[in-house]
Design a protein around this ligand. Sequence first.
Ligand SMILES: Cc1cc2nc3c(=O)[nH]c(=O)nc-3n(C[C@H](O)[C@H](O)[C@H](O)COP(=O)(O)O)c2cc1C
Length: 198
Amino acid sequence: MNTKILVTYATMSGSTVGVARAVADKLGQGGATVDLQPIAQVTDISSYDAAVLGAPMILRWHRDMVTFIVKNQEALKELPVACFTTQLHLTKLPETEVSGVPIFLDPQLAKPPASPDKMNISEKLGTPANCVGSTLEKAPLVRPVNIGFFGGVLDYGKLRLLPKLFVKLIIRGAEGDFRNWDAIHDWVAVIRPQLKKA
Ligand SMILES: Cc1cc2nc3c(=O)[nH]c(=O)nc-3n(C[C@H](O)[C@H](O)[C@H](O)COP(=O)(O)O)c2cc1C
């Protein structure tokens, strides 16, 4: 039977939809029927065999993503679920999971800390556990098959004053499109077999 997969995303400036679309297209090429939807428009999860949920880091995982996972725990626990983030900084540590959930790091995004025993604030904020751990804690019924961490996009022209100042001063992000399509496709190859309902 054809697997029916929901790929849904939250976004602030619009670039995460491109990652979600790449995931959806690649899953579709593997024979699945895929619906791509903004997270705010998802009404019925129960009609799907699997779900992929993605959102940028906006200090924490995008608020709409956290709300969605927590609110829909009961429905999501019935499905294989994979999640992804988009972001500008990620600290590479030896751990291959967060709270027992396997993780996949975009190799162009993940950078090891300068001194692993003495990480600076920005390195601590950018660890995989700090990025997604609190969401996994808030939604204990949902155990994703994998969480992918991918480079995102920073375009100061698309940000209002306060977010712009925040990213300039705190995140210290360089402008650019850091989406790594090869890494995204590699991740789809990892999750595809796991999205089949057991
Ligand atoms: C207000 C704000 C906060 C952000 N916080 C983080 C962060 O904590 N860590 C990080 O790596 N990137 C952070 N970013 C960068 C975004 O995650 C990145 O630009 C992402 O690709 C945006 O996706 P979007 O275009 O779908 O909104 C932040 C961006 C904004 C605007």
